[in-house]
Design a protein around this ligand. Structure first.
Ligand code: MN
Length: 265
């Protein structure tokens, strides 16, 4: 690549913000890295997007500047949200929490909602989305819902293990993208949506009634899924189609320059 290529500002995809998290080195104690699993990056690149990793930083001002660069927001999987964000005390079964990450993700999600930016939210992401909209979570599915099936197929199963089916709501945005037929999905979560956030609608359930996907009102491109499509894009073209649809709508959004105009500091 020459400097001409760098400065040409030629073909470029939509910039997708991906909040990362702190990963501590096992070799050097206390050495923290910002991480985003490569499976998400690969899924975005395959759809022609330009990933922009958003670090866990305490400065709202820096965060806002990063936010103005993006055309869409991808919220990724991870550990439990601190239940303080949905006004609950921790209950038995709550696992590891990461408050600095919560703060960044909830902030950028609220900005994205305010700016009407497209959002694709995966696993922990659907939970962040729901909480940012005022909803609540089951802190540990098995405790309040003993009849629910097993959803936490980790760490002793491959990440693409198809754990259960989900039934899609016909006519939903998600069903228009992936089709009306049931999906066989992976399942690496022990929490799930309890009370829905404002403006979110359930569009897929597992056979035991757990909410497995939500979306925003018809005019807003917001989709959250409880499973991990980024690990299934090579084996199920419908999962790749979901990333593709997200990146397509972000291209259109990028042309309007909307985030720059709307976000206030
Ligand atoms: Mn599940």
């Amino acid at each position: 690549m020459t400097m001409d290529d760098v400065s040409a500002n030629g073909a470029s995809g939509p910039v997708i913000g991906v909040p990362g998290y702190w990963h501590e080195s096992e070799a050097i104690l206390g050495n923290i890295s910002t991480a985003v699993p490569d499976s998400y990056i690969r899924a975005l690149l395959k759809s022609g997007a330009v990933p922009l990793i958003i670090p866990v930083i305490p400065s709202t001002k820096v965060l806002a500047q990063l936010f103005r660069m993006i055309d869409g927001l991808l919220l990724i999987g991870g550990p439990d949200l601190d239940p303080v964000h949905y006004h609950q005390q921790p209950v038995r079964g709550l696992r590891k929490i990461t408050p600095p990450r919560d703060a960044v993700e909830i902030q950028v999600t609220r900005w994205a909602l305010e700016a009407d930016l497209p959002i694709l939210a995966i696993c922990r992401g659907i939970q962040v989305l729901n909480v940012a909209e005022g909803g609540t979570l089951w802190q540990d599915i098995a405790s309040p819902l003993p009849d629910a099936e097993k959803h936490d197929y980790y760490p002793d199963h491959p990440e693409d293990f198809l754990a259960h089916n989900v039934k899609l709501h016909a006519g939903s945005r998600l069903a228009r993208i992936v089709g009306d037929a049931d999906l066989a999905v992976n399942s690496l979560h022990h929490q799930a949506i309890d009370r829905l956030g404002v403006g979110l609608f359930p569009v897929a359930h597992s056979p035991d009634g757990i909410i497995e996907a939500v979306e925003g009102a018809a005019n807003r491109w917001i989709i959250g899924v409880q499973w991990h499509p980024e690990w299934l894009i090579e084996t199920d073209s419908r999962m790749a189609a979901l990333f593709h649809a997200f990146c397509e709508v972000c291209i259109d959004r990028g042309k309007t320059g909307l985030p720059t105009q709307v976000v206030r500091q």
